[in-house]
Design a protein around this ligand. Structure first.
Ligand code: F6P
Length: 325
């Protein structure tokens, strides 16, 4: 069936650059003769019918804004077969023939299930600060979040060095250590504690026993939020009990990392991927995420994108160690 109308939605955790992606999808679709509908609140809006016709002006003046003008949600109902049936019926009612979904692994796995049950072409864009999707070197929002982390750690460094303290800075990342690892390299931190290594070693004990403060009296450690790492609070508790000679403090960056105006890099990534999503649908592609590999835009099957088979480069931990002597 020829596609006439494309629906666009954002789902899961918001990420800076999602608006730039919505803008690119909308305008490229209109340029190519498609009608566009904006679906509010992710899959939830598809079920409740919160859907608006989008014109070129609907996406004016948003490229610089963080968050998502389409709002977002994590829909429990869409995880049920009944919920997805209602969503499909609403799509038909609205005359939407294809979808562009922007979000992380939850969003793409929802799309994969939806597409397997109904005959709908869906293209995904990787929108998450976590950078935890396979088949793409970067996700939309990751660069902005990294820069936010670096700004925050630069500020914390003043107090850490003035008071000669050990700071545990907790960053997001869900099950992946990309933000902690690359945030640590970019901010010159002493260490990154990440879920990818937690089953192998006790990273805190290793850090202390390696004598991490050989040439200085303060230290900053980036910790990925994850039950396996214990989080920044858990590590500070352990310091109190096991290594009371250190004066440790905790800063949890939390949702600060998801906000703010997207960096130029994220705007460019989102704009190119958004345009490519429409090209993909025109070419008859379906059930693929747009990725970027070695500077080239590529199609990644949903199954691979959400496989979690690519991980952080653990040898980067050695770089952090060497650069902090
Ligand atoms: O997936 C993005 C993310 O920010 C994760 O890093 C984090 O674990 C999670 O979302 C937090 O979700 P919420 O905003 O629903 O608390």
């Amino acid at each position: 069936m020829a596609i006439k109308c494309i629906g666009v939605l954002t789902s899961g955790g918001d990420a800076p650059g999602m608006n730039a992606a919505i803008r690119a999808v909308t305008r490229t679709a209109i340029f190519n003769g498609y009608a566009v509908k904006g679906i509010m609140r992710g899959y939830h809006g598809l079920m409740t019918g919160e859907i608006k016709e989008f014109k070129s002006q609907s996406v004016s003046n948003i490229i610089q804004q963080g968050g998502t003008i389409l709002k977002t949600a994590r829909s429990k109902e869409f995880r049920t077969a009944e919920g997805r049936k209602i969503a499909y019926e609403n799509m038909r009612k609205e005359g939407i023939d294809a979808l562009v979904v922007i979000g992380g692994d939850g969003t793409l796995s929802g799309a994969q299930t939806f597409a397997s049950e109904f005959d709908i072409p869906i293209v995904g864009l990787p929108g998450t600060i976590d950078n935890d999707l396979d088949g793409t070197d970067e996700t939309i929002g990751y660069d902005t979040a990294l820069n936010t982390i670096v700004d925050a750690v630069d500020k914390l460094r003043d107090t850490a060095s003035s008071h000669e303290r050990l700071f545990f800075v907790e960053v997001m990342g869900n099950t992946a250590g990309y933000l902690a690892l690359n945030g640590a390299i970019a901010s010159g931190a002493e260490a990154a504690i990440i879920p990818e290594r937690e089953t192998e070693v006790d990273q805190l004990a290793e850090l202390i026993h390696n004598g991490f403060r050989k040439s200085k009296n303060s230290a900053i450690v980036l910790v990925a939020e994850n039950p396996t790492t214990g989080g920044a609070m858990g590590l500070a508790e352990r310091i109190k009990k096991e290594f009371p000679e250190f004066d440790a403090r905790v800063t949890i960056l939390g949702h600060l990392q998801r906000g703010g105006s997207p960096t130029a890099k994220d705007r460019i990534l989102a704009s190119k991927m958004g345009a490519m999503a429409i090209q993909a649908l025109s070419e008859g592609q379906r059930n693929v995420m747009i990725g970027i590999k070695n500077g080239e835009l590529v199609y990644v099957p949903f199954k691979r994108a959400i496989s979690h088979s690519t991980h952080v480069d653990l040898s980067d931990l050695e770089i952090i160690k060497i650069l902090s002597i």
